[in-house]
Structure formats: C-alpha cells, structure tokens
Design a protein around this ligand. Structure first.
Ligand SMILES: [Zn+2]
Length: 352
C-alpha cells in the first residue's frame, strides 16, 4: 500500500517564508554601507509540496565567479517546487558587492579573503555588528546554515582562469561527514575530486570547517570559466544545473535517475602548485592538463611582452599530473597561480 505523502512544511528564513509548493524570492538584509545602501543577500526558496531534506546552494561567494549563478538561474527556470520532497534554498550571488564590481572580494570592506574568509565560525569574524562581510557571514551561519542538510558552494574561474573540479576535503576528524560529502561530490558529476588543496587544510572557521563541525556535508565545485564563455561555456552551465539536480536526487528531494557523463571519478590530492614569480609577461605552457610532469621540468615559459625574450621558466616543484586548474590567458601578472599537480590519481568506479 502506498504511504501517504508527508505534507510539506513552511520554510522560514529570516523575513522570508515559503509555503509548500511555493517559489519565493527576496532579500535578507544585513548592514548598510557608508552611503546607506543596504547590504543584502538574494535568496530563492523552493519549498517542496512534500516534506524532506533541505539543500542550500550558494554561488558567487567570490563575487566575480558567476558560473554557479548561471546554473542556479537555469534551475529556477526548470524546477517546480510542487514536484519536490524537501526544500531548495538558492543564493545566486552571495557576495553582491563583489558581483557588482566584477571582483572576488566584497567591495564594501575588501576583506582579502572575501566573504568565505569571514565565515569565522562562532567567533570572531562572523558578527551581527561587524563589517558588511562579517554581517553576511553571521547571516549565513545563523539564518541559512541551520536550515541545511547539505551545502553546495559553487565557485568558478573568470575569463582568464579555468578551474574544473569539486573540492571535497578529507578531514580525519570528521570521517563520517566526509564520506557523505564524497557521495554528493560524486553525484554532482565533475570527474576530478580534490581530497586536499595546495593551499592546505581548510581554515578553522571557514565554510567547510563550520559545516563539518555541524555534521553537514559540504562540497565546493569549481565550474570552469575561461575566455569565449558565451560561445563555449553553455555546457558548463548545463553541467552545473545537472549537478544540482543530481545532488537533489541523491538526497531524495527530486525524483529521477542521476545523470552522469562518466562511469568513474578521479580522487586527487593537489600537492603542488606553480605560479609566476616576480617576472610577469606572456605565458607559454609546455604541458597539457592530465600530463605527468617530473620535478624540475619546465612547466611554463614567460616571455618579455615587448622584446619577445625568454625572461623566466617555471619548473615543477615535484612530480605530478597536471590538474584541471589554472591560467588560460597568455598575459600574466606577478605571482599568478598557473597550475596544480597531484602525485597520484585514484580512479574510483561509480558503478555501485
Ligand atoms: Zn572562489
């Protein structure tokens, strides 16, 4: 005998509320800027007809990284809350001031870590009466995160960079939540999953760390980027929307089969990075993504932009496969991240 559907519940987030079957858009306000502009976070709530888990999807925490925002727009056009068992909370641009001014950080206070660096855990960075970034962090921790059973924090490159992988950091102190995060990362669908990042363990109090401590799975897809996006980037937007739907299916919020373009994922530990040094100029890469570079081999050459002379060689700091990350535009400044390497690739079948 079929079980009776569990009736949905009203989703209340700050001043916004959505009844079962409703799609609601509004702003959660925090502080005011010097010129008294409201600093707000745009939020969409898709409240399922039936009760179930809640997925929180954030994009553009780094304001210029908009591929996730495009993916969320597609979800908003395609998903009907009447067909959901559970709730979808979509924040298309978490850092509106960064977005407004085409920059990564929050223009209202320009904290160099951006908003994610301000999600300072319980203290001291997230604050109800701090800077705009600190107040946004407070809003995230106290209004959005308590509703979430899982978080997707979507980042991307811009016109000059192409990162294409999902970060799902291994943390021995939170093994169980890591395993649940890994299942969501596999469902999201990007082939490359980073178990560690070259910039070290997640900062205490960062997004991921707070989620771990609260037992909430968290994944951070990097959704590509690069020049010529309007001609060649559509598939990234489609993949992003498909990834969000796949995670909803995995969580039981949406019905249907998970759609994947491959039957395995590559688990990697991004152990080394390569960056330009003090000599900026025109970049020429010597290796493609996926190729193996030996320690000391030349990964990239830098040429003088006016004389054409070779002015620097960037050598691999260790052995490794070139990961799906880094610079894709030939004019590079000083200390620009060019690539990451992983000393091994563990290919895991998705058959189970
Ligand atoms: Zn980012």
């Amino acid at each position: 005998m079929p079980t009776a559907p569990r009736k949905g519940r009203i989703m209340q987030i700050g001043t916004l509320s959505a009844k079962p079957g409703e799609k609601v858009f509004g702003f959660l306000e925090t502080s005011r800027t010097m010129s008294q502009l409201p600093v707000h976070m745009p939020v969409n709530i898709l409240c399922g007809r039936e009760d179930g888990p809640t997925l929180l999807v954030l994009a553009a925490v780094h304001g210029a990284e908009i591929v996730g925002s495009l993916g969320i727009g597609k979800i908003l056009r395609e998903v009907d809350p009447n067909e959901l068992k559970g709730t979808l909370i979509l924040v298309p641009v978490a850092n509106t001031a960064g977005f407004e001014f085409f920059r990564r950080t929050n223009a209202w206070d320009d904290h160099d870590q951006g908003m994610s660096g301000m999600i300072g855990g319980e203290a001291p960075n997230a604050s109800p009466d701090g800077t705009p970034s600190q107040q946004l962090a407070w809003l995230y921790l106290n209004e959005l995160l308590p509703q979430a059973d899982a978080v997707i924090d979507i980042h991307s490159g811009r016109g000059t960079s192409y990162p294409f992988y999902t970060i799902c950091t291994y943390d021995p102190d939170h093994e169980e939540v890591y395993q649940r995060s890994l299942e969501l990362a596999k469902a999201f669908g990007l082939r490359e999953i980073w178990r560690s990042t070259p910039w070290g363990p997640q900062k205490p109090g960062g997004f991921k760390d707070v989620c771990n401590r609260r037992g909430i799975p968290y994944i951070l897809p990097e959704m590509g980027g690069g020049p010529n996006f309007l001609n060649q980037g559509h598939h990234l937007v489609d993949l992003c929307a498909q990834g969000i739907k796949n995670v909803m299916k995995k969580m039981g919020i949406m019905a249907g089969e998970i759609c994947l373009d491959h039957d395995s994922v590559d688990l990697v530990d991004a152990t080394h990075t390569m960056s330009t040094g003090i000599r900026a100029g025109f970049l020429e890469l010597q290796f493609d993504r996926g190729e193996f570079v030996k320690k000391g081999e030349i990964y990239a050459k830098i040429y003088h932009p006016y004389t054409g002379e070779l002015i620097d060689e960037i050598r691999a700091p260790g052995d490794g496969y070139v990961l799906n990350a880094g610079q894709v535009w030939p004019a590079v400044g000083q200390h620009v991240w060019l690539a990451a390497l992983s000393d091994k690739i563990e290919r895991v079948s998705l058959d189970d």
